[in-house]
Design a protein. Structure first.
Length: 249
């Protein structure tokens, strides 16, 4: 079987690194995207330390909130490595504030990074997947996109938008061998949640039925399944990976 190629946006972040490592372990060639120059350094070191070589992964800079940049980045990587078989839309940021205090900038940056990016990058790879009659689009949403969260009207709206996008695109390409799914993590121990105050982290853990935060590998395991041939009959779903938090909705 041909070796698959995966693009992981935000692939050098906390969850992205877990996903990249896991896919590389599954013999997928992984291209991990990032935006801040230098943020790929620790990722590359960690991948090498874990025994992965340049033949198994690459990194690529590009601001996926910008359509033109996403277009150029994906064109370059396809020319360099070949068509993208698996796309993981994982890039994301938070800019929390109660709605009454939220600025237009906080709204726009979260919407463009978390939701527009899904359009911007998926648009570049979908035709190739349809043409080869095999593809996997997996977007990282959030439990907060399903249940809402205080101070996150921007983030919850963007993450809920991913779910509507996923179900609609799944319908459009179902007959073409391309599956489109979302994963909604709960609280995963990464730089994003490490930025929370200690009291907020403790309150979060107390509310998780499994009584711990998740780790990136919990999400990576779900990605590995949805990206596999075994998941060819799973499309348009939102897989909750959150230690049971969604049971309180
Ligand atoms: P993280 O460690 O902060 O990683 C986020 C990644 O997104 C970073 O690699 C960052 O790149 C990248 N990124 C941000 N803006 C970008 C842009 N414009 N273009 C390209 N890449 C960009 O956060 P994380 O916790 O791993 O989160 C990963 C995803 O999971 C996000 O979509 C997040 O919303 C979602 N999620 C996380 C949790 C959680 O508890 N951690 C829960 C639910 C959902 P740089 O390193 O270059 O900045």
């Amino acid at each position: 079987m041909k070796r698959r190629i995966a693009l992981v946006t935000g692939g050098v972040g906390g969850i992205g690194t877990g996903i990249s490592r896991r896919l590389a372990k599954e013999n997928v060639f992984v291209i991990a995207n990032y935006v801040i120059p230098g943020s790929e350094g620790p990722f590359v070191e960690a991948m090498r330390a874990a025994g992965f070589s340049d033949a198994q992964f690459a990194v690529m800079a590009g601001d996926v909130s910008d359509f033109k940049v996403a277009e150029e980045m994906v064109a370059q990587l396809i020319a360099q490595y070949g068509p993208v078989d698996i796309l993981i839309n994982c890039a994301g940021i938070t800019r929390d504030a109660s709605f009454r205090k939220m600025s237009l900038e906080q709204w726009r940056s979260v919407m463009s990074t978390n939701l527009d990016s899904v359009f911007n990058v998926t648009k570049q790879v979908i035709e190739g997947m349809v043409a080869q009659e095999w593809g996997r689009i997996i977007s990282i949403s959030s439990v907060n996109g399903v249940k809402g969260a205080f101070g996150q009207t921007n983030y919850a709206a963007a993450k809920a938008g991913i779910l509507g996008f996923t179900k609609s695109l799944a319908l459009e390409v179902a007959k073409k061998g391309v599956t489109v799914n979302a994963i909604s993590p709960g609280f995963i121990d990464t730089p994003m949640t490490q930025a929370m105050p200690d009291a907020a982290r403790s309150a979060v853990i107390a509310a998780i039925p499994i009584e711990r935060m998740g780790v990136p590998a919990d999400i990576a395991n779900a990605v590995a399944y949805l990206a596999s041939n075994e998941a060819s009959y799973v499309t348009g779903t939102n897989l909750a990976v959150n230690g049971g938090v969604h049971l309180y909705q």
